[in-house]
Design a protein around this ligand. Sequence first.
Ligand SMILES: Cc1cc2nc3c(=O)[nH]c(=O)nc-3n(C[C@H](O)[C@H](O)[C@H](O)COP(=O)(O)OP(=O)(O)OC[C@H]3O[C@@H](n4cnc5c(N)ncnc54)[C@H](O)[C@@H]3O)c2cc1C
Length: 338
Amino acid sequence: MSELRIGVLGAGVVGLTTALQLQETFRQAKVDVIADKFNTDTTSYVAAGIFRPGTSFCGPDDATTSKWVNDSYSYWDELRGGREAANAGITHLSGYIFSSKSANIVRNHLIEHLVPLYRRATEAELRICPGDWKYGSFFTTILTETARFLPWATERFKQNAGRLVKKEIASFRDLHGGAYDVVVNCAGLGAKQLCNDHKLVPIRGQVIKVKANWLKTFFYGDYDTYVIPGFNSVTLGGCRNYDSYDTTVSKYDSLAIRERCEALVPSLKTAPAVAEYVGLRPHRDPVRVERETLRCEGQSMKVVHNYGHGGYGVTTAPGTAKHAVRLVVEALSGSSKL
Ligand SMILES: Cc1cc2nc3c(=O)[nH]c(=O)nc-3n(C[C@H](O)[C@H](O)[C@H](O)COP(=O)(O)OP(=O)(O)OC[C@H]3O[C@@H](n4cnc5c(N)ncnc54)[C@H](O)[C@@H]3O)c2cc1C
């Protein structure tokens, strides 16, 4: 009997969490991760990595959205509680979200009852940061530092006999020819062209990494302002430019991010910048986790899509990966290779 072969397209946080879960489910299968960009060159590397889905994050229905978020939290929390947490870049983090505009901004129906602590900020806490803050919440969540997680997950994947293939795919036809029994498409924004998917839109983001190891608490303010401590640096953000493909660092964005973050946390004025990054968030409403059978040169090709996580791919990757693996099981049911 020939062996089962599974191809995962994409080596970002979505592709790697999917590949690892496939290896756990199909222990005898040969799994390849195929991508033109790895680690530092992916959007996933740019992420601050905080577990906090936006309230607009959505799957095809509310139940699926909640399941993805809950399954993801369980995955990250299990890693956080294990001996590999530091190597994988995972830790607990607590902090504040403030708003002077709306009480809705500081609430989050997707995680309020999931994380260990999510409560209203007291009057005294509303005065911790300069500004006329009217609303606030304090919560504890998980941080996944992707600069650690991506290499750690890649190493684990290789230890389980996974293979990395560096290659740009112009069309799913490039993966055809009997090489794989099923392909899982975790190409992020790359899926726009591969699937001709007009619903997939880039939302450009820029961040500054600064040295400020005295900061141990995260802070969110109005207008996409955030200060998120990581393992090696603190991430300052941000911006959201809808439908922008500009991957260059903008000095105007840098100045605006600095100004807003320093207004929120004045001690940042002495924090030197160590790096600046731009990433294009692969936004799709809803995120696409679906099975499809394509016709290639008269033959059928099984594909499971898993892309479009927007600004919340680190948060939700393990949950959509679990769903995608279930779809792979369905796609392969009846296969003589199982
Ligand atoms: C500034 C910023 C801050 C963020 N902060 C957070 C945060 O705090 N929390 C959070 O949850 N999320 C955050 N995000 C969002 C998060 O980064 C994304 O949702 C996530 O990285 C998407 O992961 P992905 O694996 O789908 O895509 P990517 O990381 O972009 O990976 C896509 C992979 O597919 C491969 N690929 C694509 N097309 C092809 C092709 N044709 N041929 C071969 N390979 C291909 C690429 O090479 C790459 O390996 C942030 C994003 C930005 C920009």
